[in-house]
Design a protein around this ligand. Structure first.
Ligand code: 5RP
Length: 222
């Protein structure tokens, strides 16, 4: 089995394992990406009785619509019992890097609104220290260069994801060569730069539970 086939099997298994957490009759938050796509396929096949879903991206909204699942406005739902989403990296404390699919802002909003955030990943996403995957930062377009200079001061090498416009009309900087020893501190520092909309570090509000290719990730070390 090649690397990508193994990754696909892991994604599928994680999506299948997330099914056990679904509560019928409630609102579901749905993330973005290829792992979540497997979860939406299950929703389409099994048709659980859901009040509806809050979507994290236009891409996910299209898939949910095709699956016949009603889309709900977060302003009307209040707290969400369950949010299912993937990640680009995950450390032992369930802190994440997200935003490879450029949906980080809506993803972070839904994660914050969720009582339970179940993260589904294949084993390649597990790391001991975050930062191998370039850290996505969504920025207001006019602030791109300013934010990039500040990110260099923080020790990173930002690269503009040229040609990509987020669902919110903004741009993405991918920050390379960060070894993130203090994810909560770095999240806070980047959040404070004027022009930053969202940093793809999910450390202050990590996942509540991580399913790695169908297996529940062990509790973090004390
Ligand atoms: C999108 C995300 C995705 O969760 C992340 O990129 C993982 O995607 P995939 O499941 O395709 O590996 O954060 O913004």
């Amino acid at each position: 089995m090649n690397h990508s086939a193994r990754g696909d099997a892991g994604k599928r298994a994680a999506a299948e394992a997330a099914w056990a957490f679904l509560e019928e009759g409630t609102v579901l938050g749905v993330g973005t990406g290829s792992t979540v796509r497997y979860f939406i396929e299950l929703l389409a096949q099994r048709r659980p009785r859901l009040e509806g879903a809050v979507s994290s991206s236009e891409q996910t909204s299209a898939l949910l619509r095709a699956a016949g699942i009603p889309l709900l406005d977060l302003n009307a739902t209040g707290p969400i019992p369950l949010y299912v989403d993937g990640a680009d990296e995950c450390d032992p404390w369930r802190r994440l890097i997200k935003g490879g699919g450029a949906a980080l802002t809506r993803e972070k909003i839904i994660a914050e609104a969720a009582r339970r955030f179940v993260c589904i990943i294949d084993p390649s996403k597990r790391v001991d220290v975050l930062g191998r995957f370039p850290l996505p930062v969504e920025v207001i377009p006019m602030a791109r260069s300013l934010v990039a200079r500040k990110l260099v001061e923080l020790g990173g090498q930002p690269v503009w994801r040229d040609g990509v416009v987020t669902d919110n009309g903004n741009w993405i900087l991918d920050v390379h060569n960060l070894r993130i020893g203090d994810p909560v501190g770095l999240e806070r520092a980047i959040d404070q730069i004027p022009g930053v909309v969202t940093v793809g570090l999910f450390a202050r509000r990590p996942a509540d539970l991580v399913l790695v290719g169908g297996e529940r990730m062990p509790e973090p070390p004390p």
